[in-house]
Design a protein around this ligand. Structure first.
Ligand SMILES: [Zn+2]
Length: 491
């Protein structure tokens, strides 16, 4: 049996003014995909291992994965990436099936459902051959994604640690379809709900209870896939909401019952699945009073959720309050990096920091900074893949150590800092531009974690964001939103 694999991944914050152009994607073709992803904690690696166990021949076609999340993809870039993927798929119309690896929260500047458009075209090429898709649980799910996937699977962890296992689940479903004898029946429920906050942590929070229901379902003989997909709340498109999607082997009634029960579980706990935030003044006071490492979660400028990364709101607060403990902060600022490289290590520069991308929300902070070190920005993250932050300068100003990068990268793990010789445990305060993902790497070393209420294009304070396209009413934007929670069966 021969299957093709392809990947198409980016996560958009519609409120980030910086577009995600094609050059911000890692693009691989053919065997390059195997070189880039084999042996990593990714869906593709998991799928490859499962296919190998079943003697399935894999045709790697095309993979476009954005280096980090960001603003919407311009039409010309989105069209090019889409056409390139489709051209590679078109070379292999004779395969027996396909696995398409999506993130699911991409938006184009003029396209609300880029993944749906890709999948529709792949479906046209492959006809009724089996296609399995996988998604991040922050995906936006359109009807055509459900329609054109034989089986759709999604992550079961947040923070996300089960990328490899998700790829394995996708691949084994595809193997079952190819072997024959199963008939997927799909039911899904649209839940007009956006969720945030630490109840989403699957290990400890309420959301984890829903996910365990999904896992128990998948462990049964006719449970093929169960997903609660909560959407990236910053991808402002009409289909932004929570979806439950359940696939049984030929048991439409059970699919409907499980999908509806998961939907009710989420909806009935909607008030608890929101994010309490701490004001910056209070957060700084906590940092002053706590012994040991304090971690601020700046979810509002979460590059991993699609924000610009140039927020200096916390830096400004620390400098203005005369914070004197050792603080470590990441910042995207290409002009400041250029200035630091021009001056060289060991020199002091007058520099304006931050507010170079999301200029409506942030304005630069002028300060005197010492150039401590300079880097090419290439590093390996915890999950094993290579990331590129562009030129990187480590600056110090007062008691703040600022890791300034040319390009945004996810600020979730510790390796992003360690690669520049900065160990978070050597500091009293570390800023992670991540809502929850950082907890995997910081929980064990942090004396306190404080989600801070500062502005940004991915603020957990959802009402602070200028939504235009999401279908209303939706909770919590509309406190009086109501929900029917009736499952739709896939035709
Ligand atoms: Zn996610």
């Amino acid at each position: 049996m021969r299957v093709l694999i392809a990947a198409f991944k980016q996560e958009t914050s519609s409120f980030n003014p910086h577009p995600t152009t094609r050059d911000l994607f890692s693009i691989h073709r053919g065997d390059e995909i195997l070189d880039a992803y084999s042996g990593t904690n990714t869906e593709i690696a998991g799928a490859l291992d499962t296919f190998a166990e079943h003697d399935v021949e894999v045709i790697p076609t095309y993979s476009a994965q954005s280096i980090t999340s960001g603003g919407p993809v311009p039409k010309v870039d989105l069209d090019q990436i889409t056409d390139e993927l489709i051209a590679e798929v078109e070379r292999h119309p004779d395969v027996d099936g396909a696995y398409i690896n999506f993130h699911g929260a991409m938006a184009g500047e003029e396209e609300f459902d880029p993944e749906g458009r890709v999948l529709e075209r792949v479906r046209k090429i492959l006809g009724d051959k089996p296609i399995v898709t996988s998604f991040d649980l922050h995906a936006i799910i359109s009807d055509r994604l459900i329609e054109d996937s034989d089986i759709l699977v999604a992550f079961h962890t947040y923070p996300h640690t089960d990328m490899y296992e998700t790829g394995k689940r996708a691949a084994s479903n595809l193997v079952h379809l190819l072997e024959g004898g199963i008939k997927p029946t799909v039911a899904s429920v649209r839940v007009p709900l956006l969720v945030r906050g630490d109840e989403l942590l699957t290990a400890t929070g309420l959301f984890g209870q829903a996910i365990r229901t999904c896992q128990e379902f998948e462990a049964t003989s006719d449970g093929l896939s169960a997903a609660v997909i909560i959407g990236n709340p910053f991808t402002d498109v009409p289909n932004l909401r929570t979806n439950t999607i359940v696939t049984t082997d030929n048991d439409p009634r059970r699919a409907r019952e499980v999908a509806e029960s998961l939907a009710r579980f989420m909806w009935n706990r909607r008030e608890r699945m929101q994010a309490p935030l701490t004001s910056l003044d209070d957060a700084i006071e906590i940092a002053n009073e706590t012994d040991g490492l304090v971690v601020f979660s700046d979810a509002a400028d979460a590059t991993s959720s699609g924000a610009s990364g140039d927020s200096n709101a916390i830096l400004r607060g620390l400098l203005e309050s005369g914070f004197s403990k050792r603080a470590l902060l990441p910042l995207v600022d290409a002009p400041a990096v250029a200035k630091a490289f021009e001056a060289g290590v060991g020199n002091t520069i007058q520099v304006a920091l931050g507010g170079t991308v999301d200029t409506e929300r942030f304005s630069p902070v002028d300060c005197e900074a010492y150039v401590q070190s300079l880097h090419d920005g290439v590093f390996t993250v915890e999950q094993g893949t290579t990331e590129r932050a562009g030129k990187t300068a480590v600056l110090t100003a007062e008691s703040c150590t600022i890791m300034v990068t040319e390009n945004p990268v996810s600020i979730m793990g510790r390796k992003v800092f360690e690669a520049r010789g900065l160990n978070p445990v050597d500091f009293d305060l570390c800023i992670c531009k991540s809502p929850n993902g950082f907890r995997t790497y910081f929980q064990d070393i942090a004396a306190a974690i404080v989600p801070v209420d500062v502005p940004g294009s991915t603020s957990a304070n959802l009402k602070s964001l200028p939504f235009e396209h999401v279908t209303r009413p939706v909770y919590p934007l509309d406190g009086d939103a109501t929900a029917e929670l009736v499952a739709e069966a896939k035709a």
